[in-house]
Design a protein around this ligand. Structure first.
Ligand SMILES: Cc1cc2nc3c(=O)[nH]c(=O)nc-3n(C[C@H](O)[C@H](O)[C@H](O)COP(=O)(O)OP(=O)(O)OC[C@H]3O[C@@H](n4cnc5c(N)ncnc54)[C@H](O)[C@@H]3O)c2cc1C
Length: 485
């Protein structure tokens, strides 16, 4: 919680004298105010480290509630922060004088098997969408975690198990239904409000999205899972993976990771309290060709091998991400190349004593359709690098935050000599400088935001006028800057 958040006066009267309570009377959903019995539930994010202190929360029941909220916010001189799940709750610097607009109830899923497209409400989560798509033999460019929201993931870029063959999720957005900062409902696509459509895909568009139309792909089976070896073999396995990815086609997306499972009952017995080096993989293709591709890795005799044939809907189980709200902090770095030197640096960092505070340190293989110039898209349609490192730890208590942050920073610091100039928005848990996320697109994004929302009415994660490059991580803008003192 920022000092400014804690000092927030809460909802007050507008200059006109109107009170926010009037908005509640206009909603099919609900207005929740500080002091209401369910205030903490309503303001809470999936990311439990984000102590969101808005002026009010609207739990929208549909598009009309979104319009009413934006219109009321204008009269009350408040901002509006749209949020589905709150997985990225830490990326909005402050919710002072802001209505938190929860979109979770906008969760319709309509699949058109003819066009192989799905129209989803902005509150839908991936687990529901991939299951529905699989019923038609179709797959979405979904995330590696079932509980992540389709809206935040896709608008933020979106890197999943089909990434090397189908690119970023943002490139699969075909149209958006939005409410703009003046409260107008708009359909946005290549032909209508093309500037907004460009900005929304991977960048920042100052609108509330109410629905997304996404392209699906005819994939009904994948071969996917994880191979695990004891941590002592980290260097050998990481280098073997590096050599292996040099020969795999774009239909293979994989990562190498070091995993330290905590000794808690939720973790199954063979893994509980142990540390591993793992390779996780998703392969499109028949079982025989997948087996042939995997042979060099299986020859290294993994202790656990869970790679099997599955529906693409089950891909979200491969990474083993938590499905319940969690307090986690992570940092990421895009690496220019995956060389022997890069891998050595990663393993050095992963084996350093400080990394005991982290749950996972991974390196995802990029390239393929993520390569700049390969795909047409919006503000961010590719990743200029060969891999992305993500180091993350669980923060079970306030005292644990400092060591987890320090450990994640130590990993990204060790990798820094190999870093690309641009980062990945979805892998940044604190607000990042716009130039580091959007590169050359930044100025055009700022111009688009100025045109559509000159009053900065809509508050989006990683704001364009957020921290400048070189600021200490979390400084000025972290949800919990006091933890760094
Ligand atoms: C456990 C875990 C696993 C993850 N795995 C992956 C992964 O494999 N690949 C990957 O790319 N990312 C991954 N992420 C990151 C995730 O994609 C981002 O945090 C994403 O922003 C979450 O979207 P959300 O809608 O669930 O979250 P929210 O916090 O609800 O939304 C995030 C942001 O999206 C925007 N947004 C959301 N809804 C709307 C709307 N209706 N209108 C306008 N803007 C909106 C806002 O800027 C909002 O601040 C993971 C995150 C977690 C916590």
């Amino acid at each position: 919680m920022t000092p400014s958040d804690s000092a927030s006066p809460g909802p007050g009267a507008a200059p006109s004298g109107e009170r926010i309570e009037r908005l509640g009377e206009q909603l099919a959903g609900r207005l929740v105010l500080p002091g209401d019995p369910d205030w903490d539930d309503a303001r809470g994010a999936w990311q439990l480290l984000a102590d969101q202190q808005p002026a009010a929360v609207v739990i929208a029941a549909g598009e009309q509630d979104v319009i009413a909220t934006v219109v009321a916010a204008r009269r009350l001189d408040l901002a509006v922060a749209p949020q589905g799940t709150g997985h990225a709750g830490g990326t909005i610097p402050s919710m002072r004088d802001t209505i938190l607009l929860r979109t979770g109830a906008l969760d319709t899923i309509d699949i058109d098997p003819e066009t192989e497209r799905v129209r989803v409400g902005a509150g839908a989560v991936w687990s529901d969408v991939v299951e529905a798509a699989a019923g038609y033999g179709l797959a979405a460019v979904a995330g590696m975690s079932p509980s992540v929201g389709v809206a935040g993931f896709s608008l933020g870029g979106g890197l999943g198990w089909l990434a090397r063959s189908h690119g970023l999720a943002a490139n699969s957005i075909r149209s958006l239904d939005v409410v703009d900062a003046r409260g107008r409902p708009l359909r946005v696509d290549h032909a209508r409000h093309a500037d907004l459509f460009w900005a929304a895909r991977g960048g920042v568009a100052p609108v509330v999205v109410t629905a997304l139309e996404l392209q699906l792909y005819p994939i009904d089976r994948v071969r996917a899972g994880g191979l695990l070896w004891p941590l002592e073999r980290a260097r050998e396995i990481a280098h073997a993976w590096r050599e292996w990815i040099g020969s795999v086609p774009d239909t293979v997306t994989s990562l190498v990771r070091v995993l330290r499972y905590p000794p808690i009952p939720e973790i199954p017995e063979p893994l509980r309290g142990r540390a591993f080096v793992g390779v996780e993989v998703a392969i499109q293709g028949d079982a025989d060709s997948a087996a042939a591709l995997l042979e060099p890795l299986r020859d290294l005799a993994p202790e656990i091998d869970s790679v099997r044939t599955m529906s693409p809907a089950k891909l979200a189980t491969v990474h083993g991400d938590p499905e319940q709200p969690s307090p986690a902090y992570g940092e990421s770095t895009v690496v220019r190349e995956i060389t022997a030197e890069t891998v050595d640096a990663l393993v050095d960092a992963a084996l350093a004593p400080s990394s005991d505070a982290l749950l996972s340190i991974e390196l995802r293989h990029l390239g393929g359709m993520l390569t700049p110039g390969r795909a047409d898209g919006g503000a961010v349609s590719s990743i200029p690098g060969a891999g992305v490192v993500y180091a993350v730890g669980i923060v079970p208590s306030p005292e644990a935050e400092r060591p987890v942050r320090a450990a994640a920073s130590a990993v990204t610091g060790r990798i820094a000599p190999y870093a690309s100039a641009v980062g990945v928005k979805n892998f940044s848990d604190d607000p990042q400088p716009a130039e580091e996320l959007y590169g050359e697109a930044t100025e055009r994004l700022r111009a688009t935001a100025e045109h559509w929302d000159p009053e900065r009415r809509i508050r989006i994660g990683h704001p364009l006028d957020g921290p400048r490059s070189g600021a200490a991580p979390g400084a000025e803008s972290s949800t919990r800057p006091e933890m760094l003192d």
